[in-house]
Design a binder for this molecule. Structure first.
Ligand code: PLP
Ligand code: COI
Length: 348
């Protein structure tokens, strides 16, 4: 599809993380044991049967990634194969059919290209958020997997997730609620995990935090993750660590930042259980990371009835997280050499 290269007249720099209707979305249907030919649609509504298992039993999953305009004007996706792989694993856990990799990538690229005028320009601080979803849509009543599925991809231009500006310090509040059990679905991107977390996020926000921080569901000691992002920590001994847990989402952003910390900054990296109360005094800087969150330094954490400052006054961005942010975003915006070959450029 060759399109006019004009841009929408949006206040790109003023965008928040909200749904904005764009012109096209992609849909493909799985029925009778196979995927049909998909294509672009303009209707943002989905009409599904009232008995659909996605509505009753949360047989659905989703992904999230961003398309960004590089300095040279090209548009790239960040490691989309890893999103495909994660959706494949989630679909398998929820007894849904795998979306073939070619279909997954093609649907995303077609949707992004078709919505060219909605892709925020280079330097605006905004990006085009890409949301692939897979839902059980056929009629069903008993507890069994759907026979029919829709794979859909829509996009929306977005700005920062937690705050108004790019690299802003956020606060987290430890939740009394559990997000996921060790052998549950916490390590899969299932919508059901998020429905259960809405109250925890709201509670955290009422306490003055931006998001909930979950500890492990067994002992409530070890850091799991935030409601919408993983956690990374720069320790006072110079190491760079992240929690190992069977219950957290395997963040593509976190994996990338750990690689950057190790090979670009020569930091000693480790993925291990992190005991919040025991180790907090050894934390130098903490950040939440994810596609929507990018890298958001954490200023203070609420637990045991008080706020605990992490770096300095709890309001400043520390040098380690600033450097990590600059390196990651520099690659994503095509400002730095993509040594890891993480960007996939879209043919527009
Ligand atoms: N953890 C949760 C619960 C998330 O929703 C997300 C967002 O996708 C992440 C972590 C970060 O994952 P990624 O970096 O792959 O976007
Ligand atoms: C993402 O970062 O892509 C997510 O899916 C998080 C979501 C809660 C907005």
């Amino acid at each position: 599809m060759k399109l006019k290269k004009g841009k929408k007249d949006l206040d790109w720099a003023g965008l928040g993380f909200n749904y904005i209707k764009t012109d096209y979305r992609y849909s493909a249907i799985y029925e009778n044991g196979r995927w049909g030919t998909g294509g672009l649609l303009s209707d943002e509504q989905i009409s599904i049967h009232e008995g659909a298992p996605s509505l009753h039993y949360a047989q659905q999953c989703f992904e999230g990634m961003k398309a960004q305009t590089s300095k040279d004007g090209r548009v790239s996706l960040f490691r989309p194969s890893l999103n495909w792989e994660r959706m494949r694993l989630t679909a398998s856990r929820l007894l849904m059919p795998e979306v073939p990799k070619e279909l997954f990538i093609q649907a995303i690229e077609e949707t992004v290209a078709a919505n060219y005028s909605w892709i925020p320009p280079y330097g605006s601080g905004a990006a085009l958020y890409v949301r692939p979803l897979l839902i059980g849509v056929g009629e069903n009543l008993g507890l069994k997997p759907a026979e029919k599925y829709e794979f859909r991809v829509f996009v929306s231009p977005v700005g920062p997730y937690y705050k108004e500006s790019g690299l802003a310090v956020i606060n987290l509040a430890v939740s009394d609620m559990d997000r996921a059990a060790p052998n549950g679905t916490g390590n899969f991107k299932a919508g059901a995990n998020y429905a259960g977390g809405l109250l925890a996020t709201l509670t955290a926000q009422q306490q003055g935090a931006n998001e909930a921080l979950y500890l492990d569901a067994v002992e409530h000691r070890y850091i799991d993750e935030a409601g919408s992002a993983n956690i990374i920590i720069s320790m006072k001994d110079g190491s760079f660590i992240t929690p190992s847990s069977k219950a957290i989402l395997s963040s593509i952003t976190r994996r990338s930042l750990m690689d950057i910390a190790q090979s670009e900054l020569n930091l000693r990296t480790d993925e291990r259980p992190i005991d919040l109360r025991k180790e907090i005094l050894d934390f130098n800087e903490v950040a939440a990371c994810g596609t929507a969150a990018v890298l958001s330094p954490v200023g203070e954490i609420w637990f045991d009835n008080k706020w605990h400052k992490i770096f300095k006054d709890g309001k400043s961005v520390g040098p380690v997280m600033q450097t990590m942010y600059d390196l990651l975003v520099g690659i994503q915006k095509g400002e730095r050499q993509d040594l890891f070959k993480w960007l996939r450029y879209i043919d527009l």
